[in-house]
Design a protein around this ligand. Structure first.
Ligand SMILES: *[C@@H]1O[C@H](CO)[C@@H](O)[C@H](O)[C@H]1NC(C)=O
Ligand SMILES: *[C@@H]1O[C@H](CO)[C@@H](O)[C@H](O)[C@H]1NC(C)=O
Ligand SMILES: *[C@@H]1O[C@H](CO)[C@@H](O)[C@H](O)[C@H]1NC(C)=O
Ligand SMILES: *[C@@H]1O[C@H](CO)[C@@H](O)[C@H](O)[C@H]1NC(C)=O
Length: 283
């Protein structure tokens, strides 16, 4: 009795296994090579009518190819409740991957759109053997620095100092760029220190023991460049050591724009007169 039941179960299970194995899976990789959605839809329709089974990877390929009619066909006929299958989690996963990729393309495009190039503000000082620069990633020395810096490239040759740097400022991307030819040559070694949107550079003069008339080869002073008075003062007066004997005084150096003392304006006088008149009027 027991023997016959167990053999019966054995026969049943082997039948079931053979049925499962008989189920022939459609080769999803074929879909990868299809260019037209129409053709993909014909492929899956034919395969379904030949009683083929489909794996989830078919869905993934179809999502990546934007073949949504074919996906709809498979959801209607294969990947559904009737076949004990819930297609929602897999579809959500595949589609959100595509969406992430799309969003990143939009972000890239909007980053590229907003890029404004700014020459960073900088100040400089020198002693007999070196030149120090303080570059601030900002429009001006007295405005706040952009601190979310990336893709920085500081290239210093014996003649030029070139700095490029990207910075994120709220939802805007700013590109900082400066390329200046120096007044005289510098040697290869320099030191650099960076913090809070500021870059400190200390360059070594190729020929030491001399004062540079100005920082840049070009006589024209960039709008956002100034002398680093605080450091200059701490270094002391180096004008006595000059090799430029025609330089009368420190003030004559190009690129130095010491703040001029404000004279009493005529407007003030007028006001006084007005007051006087008023007093006279009152009398
Ligand atoms: C540059 O660095 C050297 C060595 O640390 C220092 O002696 C010099 O004063 C620095 N230059 C300036 C202009 O600060
Ligand atoms: C950095 O800038 C220099 C000169 O502008 C350029 O030659 C070099 O390829 C740049 N390096 C990188 C890593 O972008
Ligand atoms: C150095 O900078 C000057 C001024 O910006 C520029 O004209 C020149 O081409 C630069 N030289 C090099 C080698 O980058
Ligand atoms: C560059 O090298 C010279 C000689 O070795 C040294 O005196 C100077 O301090 C160095 N400068 C920097 C900025 O490292």
């Amino acid at each position: 009795m027991w023997k016959s039941i167990s053999s019966y179960i054995f026969v049943l299970s082997t039948m079931l296994i053979s049925v499962l194995c008989d189920k022939d899976f459609y080769d999803c990789a074929i879909l990868e090579g299809i260019v037209e959605e129409k053709q993909a839809l014909k492929e899956v329709t034919d395969a379904f009518e030949l009683n083929k089974d489909f794996s989830e990877s078919c869905l993934q390929i179809l999502v990546n190819k934007n073949f949504y009619s074919s996906i709809e066909y498979l959801v209607n006929n294969v990947f559904n409740e009737d076949n004990d299958y819930d297609a929602v989690p897999a579809l959500k996963r595949y589609i959100s991957k595509v969406r992430e990729r799309q969003d990143s393309v939009i972000n890239l495009a909007s980053e590229k759109r907003n890029i404004v190039t700014i020459g960073p503000a900088f100040q400089w000082a020198q002693d007999m053997n070196s030149v120090a620069l303080l570059v601030k990633f900002a429009h001006r020395m007295d405005s706040p620095a952009c601190i979310d810096l990336y893709d920085q490239n500081v290239t210093i040759t014996e003649t030029n100092i070139t700095i490029t740097c990207m910075c994120r400022k709220r939802d805007e991307i700013v590109r900082f760029y400066m390329n200046h030819e120096l007044y005289m040559k510098i040697s290869g070694n320099y030191s650099e220190f960076q913090s809070g949107g500021r870059l400190y550079l200390n360059l070594t003069k190729a020929e030491g023991n001399q004062r540079w008339r100005r920082l840049l080869f070009n006589e024209e002073q960039p709008r956002n460049m100034r002398v680093w008075y605080e450091l200059m003062e701490s270094i002391g007066d180096i004008s006595e050591n000059t090799v430029f004997e025609t330089d009368d005084a420190f003030e004559d150096l190009v690129h130095i724009d010491k703040p001029t003392r404000k004279k009493k304006s005529k407007g003030g006088k007028k006001k006084k007169n007005k007051k006087k008149r008023k007093i006279n009027d009152d009398l």
